[in-house]
Write a protein that binds this ligand. Structure first.
Ligand code: ATP
Ligand code: MN
Length: 338
């Protein structure tokens, strides 16, 4: 594991300036930074950013401090989904073209802005997991080389129950994006018929995540049983197009409906997370209408997202008022045992 040499940001929370993320998008969008030296330092919401000018992505150029500012701005949209959820971070201390690693446990010298919670793992051992609850936490993670954020489907306040379901549609490379879109819409309609409204997110990679926010959490046993039963049912009814088991060999020409995100400890990429892939694509919430017109899952980059925020675009706004939960009748409808 390659760890960066610089020390984490000092933690003077009390002295922090008031967060004014909306004042920054133009600068970050243009990819401008304050200095030219590679050891330039910067400051975002009171968090010191070392190697501020390190170039992380090109076309457009995105430096480390641009990334920190980006997370400072999107925090307002990202945190409603990710705050207080155990988080795994994908760190690429030298940049996304170099070695990256997932980290789910705290290590020495972690800044206070990234909080810790002891969680008992399946083997009975207790380990300190990470979570953030504000923009400073996201930025402190960027200072440590984080590019991607991945969350559990539950909060640290209620670890045993899911506050959302995620169906991760993973196409075999031979499957067109048009087909993935159709699959997502079909899944939405199926969920609708069961009584659950859902949201679409293009992953910034190849696929689409269909997300069911739950205003009343569902214990993991039910969440997993429902997601599995529904996915298996879809694959059984249309085996030419779908598969509900992880087997790569059997995926050829099909879409894997990954329901395994719906268990305790499993993660999915956070809405608005940048991906450590070429160009810095963003996992982007989209409306069902605009999904219709998209040609790929990785077309949104940092400046596009900042522009969407500037213009007030919030494709998932209506979901804030959704009141829905996983009922016994729904479990029964998909033939899930609970
Ligand atoms: P794509 O659309 O390209 O599939 P994705 O984010 O859905 O992008 P997947 O490979 O399908 O990527 O993985 C689904 C989720 O599983 C990820 O978003 C991530 O949260 C989690 N995951 C995958 N691999 C790892 C890993 N090695 N460590 C931790 N979490 C992982
Ligand atoms: Mn996926």
């Amino acid at each position: 594991m390659t760890l960066e040499s610089e020390k984490p940001a000092s933690t003077k929370s009390a002295e922090k300036k008031a967060a004014k993320p909306s004042s920054k998008p133009a600068t970050a969008a243009a990819g401008k930074t304050s200095g030219k030296k590679t050891d330039a330092e910067g400051d975002v919401l009171g968090i010191r950013i070392s190697h501020a000018d390190r170039l992380l992505f090109s076309d457009p150029d995105i430096t480390k401090i641009d990334l920190a500012r980006y997370y400072g701005v999107v925090a307002v949209r990202l945190l409603p989904f990710a705050a207080r959820h155990p988080v795994s971070i994908l760190r690429c201390p030298q940049g996304p073209d170099h070695q990256c690693f997932y980290q789910k446990h705290a290590s020495d010298g972690f800044p206070d802005e990234i909080h810790q919670v002891p969680i008992e793992e399946t083997d009975g051992d207790v380990a300190n997991y990470l979570f953030v609850d504000d923009a400073e936490g996201l930025i402190a993670a960027v200072q440590m080389g984080t590019i991607e954020f991945h969350i559990w489907g539950s909060t640290v306040d209620r670890l045993d129950a899911a506050d959302r379901l995620v169906f991760d549609l993973d196409p075999d490379p031979s499957v067109t994006f048009e087909t993935v879109k159709t699959a997502a819409v079909d899944l939405r309609d199926t969920l609708d018929n069961i009584g659950l409204k859902s949201l679409a997110m293009v992953s910034g990679g190849k696929g689409i995540h269909v997300i069911v926010p739950l205003s009343k959490s569902a214990v993991w046993e039910d969440a997993k049983a429902f997601a599995k039963a529904l996915s298996v049912k879809i694959a059984d009814e249309d085996p030419d197009h779908y598969i509900a088991t992880m087997s790569k060999a059997k995926r050829t020409g099909r879409i894997f409906i990954d329901w395994l995100r719906n268990e305790r400890g499993a993660t999915a990429v956070t809405p608005y997370s940048v991906r450590a892939r070429k160009g810095g694509p963003v996992a982007t919430p989209v409306s069902w209408e605009e999904l219709n017109d998209l040609g790929v899952a990785n077309s949104f980059r940092i400046p596009d997202i900042l522009a969407r925020l500037e213009s007030g675009t919030d494709p998932w706004a209506e979901a804030k008022d959704w009141k829905q939960s996983l009922t016994k009748a729904m479990l029964k409808a998909v033939g899930a045992e609970s």
